[in-house]
Design a protein around this ligand. Structure first.
Ligand SMILES: NC(=O)c1ccc[n+]([C@@H]2O[C@H](COP(=O)([O-])OP(=O)(O)OC[C@H]3O[C@@H](n4cnc5c(N)ncnc54)[C@H](OP(=O)(O)O)[C@@H]3O)[C@@H](O)[C@H]2O)c1
Length: 335
């Protein structure tokens, strides 16, 4: 392969935002393909807010990244050595690559062969057809059971997952309100994506604005944020409302969990439901959902944005951008 492997390892558990002292870019041995797997040269990393939660101690759907281990993260690249016909050399594979240049990939169900490079748009895979789009689709369609005429609210609506979820709800004929942290993002949501209204949670009175924008209350709340925004939306639920718990980015940086939502009793009065889900459990549906999303992109009904960072050393800044709200759409790193 004639190249040096390197990766970013966790040196200590972060408190709050990840700092450059919490991680280190180190040389790593060049991996060998494991039985039934391959070695991938990572081309792009897709940064997910969840990466931050994996760096803290605590029970999750994956174990916390060990101190000394490479930071876990999704990625995409090309096969450079293979021990399986499932992963032909030169073909593109999407996987949990971690912040590293070369990665040994077992055939673990997450390593997904996508075909020869000329048939795969790697950035679109990360931003819309892969885990991001699957999350938005499963959350909005299966968990949210969105239908025509519903009033839908999406938090972190200008982010990667939220922007796709909001557009899926629009495509289904819902009235969609997006919550975001800047007027510029709110402008993109209405003028660029055609949403019906927005709440700038940093400058608006969220409860008052939701009352104004959702006179028939909220049928589906797709939540990426948690905390006080979740609470405000719980208070505004319609009868039979569905709260889709996709994520709670407002709590990933905190050592202390936020207090429970005070307005959860409204679930009783409104005969409403609140349900969490993990797109990981639905990875088997990736080809089917990706085909639907690709159809919508081709028809001009679904847009996505990508924000590029350069090099493994940009990982800290790329991850933190999600927590400061610097990103619109999907953050990726060119390795
Ligand atoms: N359940 C699943 O299977 C699954 C899979 C993937 C992702 N997720 C979850 O989906 C959510 C979005 O992830 P993503 O990777 O697509 O990130 P993202 O939405 O692209 O980026 C995060 C956005 O959250 C907003 N934000 C950050 N801190 C906030 C706070 N304290 N209060 C309100 N808004 C805040 C920021 O925008 P503003 O400018 O608007 O603040 C930021 O742009 C995360 O919670 C993630 O864990 C869940």
């Amino acid at each position: 392969m004639g190249d040096q492997n390197e990766g970013v390892v966790l040196r200590r558990r972060p408190e709050g935002l990840l700092t450059h002292d919490d991680v280190e870019l180190v040389d790593l041995p060049m991996p060998e393909p494991p039985d039934g797997g391959c070695v991938l040269k990572t081309a792009w990393l897709g940064i997910d807010a969840t990466v931050r939660s994996w760096l803290s101690e605590g029970e999750g759907y994956f174990p916390a990244v060990e101190v000394g281990a490479v930071v876990r993260c999704s990625g995409i690249g090309t096969v450079v050595a293979s021990a399986s016909p499932k992963f032909p050399v030169g073909h593109v594979v999407s996987c949990l690559s971690g912040w590293q240049r070369y990665v040994a990939l077992p055939d673990d169900g997450l390593a997904t062969p996508l075909g020869p490079p000329e048939s795969v748009d790697m950035l679109a895979m990360l931003a819309v057809y892969g885990a991001t789009g699957l999350t938005a689709y499963v959350g909005m369609i299966d968990v949210g059971e969105v239908k025509e005429g519903d009033t839908v609210v999406v938090s972190a609506a200008a982010g990667a997952t939220g922007s796709v979820a909001a557009q899926i709800a629009k495509i289904q004929g819902a009235r969609v309100i997006g919550i975001a942290g800047t007027d510029e993002k709110c402008g993109w949501l209405t003028d660029g994506l055609g949403l019906d209204g927005t709440v700038n949670y940093r400058t608006d009175d969220v409860a008052a604005r939701l009352k104004e924008l959702c006179p028939k209350r909220i049928d589906v709340f797709f939540d990426n944020v948690g905390g006080s925004i979740l609470d405000a939306c719980l208070a505004r639920l319609a009868n039979g409302g569905r709260v889709v718990l996709c994520g709670a980015i407002s709590s990933y940086n905190d050592e202390h969990r936020p207090p429970g939502p005070a307005n959860y009793l409204n679930l009783i009065q409104r005969r409403a439901s609140m349900r969490g889900f993990l797109s990981l459990d639905h990875w088997g549906r990736f080809p089917e959902v990706a085909a639907v999303l690709a159809g919508w992109v081709a028809e001009g009904k679904l847009q996505y944005r990508v924000e590029e960072f350069e090099g493994l050393e940009s990982g800290v800044d790329a991850l933190n951008a999600m927590f400061t709200g610097a990103n619109t759409g999907k953050i990726v790193i060119r390795v």
